[in-house]
Design a protein around this ligand. Sequence first.
Ligand code: PAF
Length: 277
Amino acid sequence: MQRLALRWRREHCRIGFVPTMGYLHAGHLSLVQRARRRVGPAGRVVVSIYVNPTQFGPQEDLSRYPRDFKRDQQLCRAAGVDVIFAPGDGEMYPPGAEAGFSTYVTEETLARGMEGAARPTHFRGVTTVVAKLFNLVLPDVAVFGAKDYQQAAVIQRMVRDLNFPVRIDVAPTHREPDGLAMSSRNKYLSAEERGQAVVLAEALRQARAAVKAGPVDSVQLKQQLSRFIAGRPAARLDYIEIFDPETLVPRAQATPGARMALAVFFGKTRLIDNETI
Ligand code: PAF
């Protein structure tokens, strides 16, 4: 991959990159279109498909994460992707105490709250694999989805702090017709859970409506939304946060322009969403 990317760079070919864990959906494909627009018809678009073990906690869904490489290949071909980069665990993280992998990248501010608090080793895995992927694919621009808003912020910070010569482009969340944010994990939901999963998008809509009339106390708004979510018997709230869109610091007052994120369990399935309110 790196040899190919170096050749493209020598040929002054722009490289657009969409890192994924596969099981592609329309949201991923919208990131591919965006990468294509950024690099133009003469550029190259690379999609990586790698279920990165270091970003999963020990009790999480690594072993059952959905995979369908054949279908992903067809979707990538139809979307005009030039190269799929699908490394194996042995290449990305060679085992062994002596010769094995032992260097990690951590972002230490933006990665602390929300997903970082709920999943303590998650962002270290993300920043490490994304740093590796950037060094392998050598992209001019990399496209990430806003559904993982904190992830995009952490990666932007890593790129700035470690001087990666890449532009990070964050694309709006792609949603199902009822508002549910597209995610490979939606596949885990039973019909009943799927019906109730729209509660994340509804809570975001409620928050936006609430702040329209003027600032609202965040604690009160979070309590109101928790009650609303508890009204869906299959849903179990993990967290709601209202925060500054740049610093990700929680805000005592919810006002228009703040960002709200939430995580909700449906059985073992954990869904996240966020928007500007
Ligand atoms: O957002 C994802 O799918 C993953 O976190 C990423 C960025 C591909 C890293 O494994």
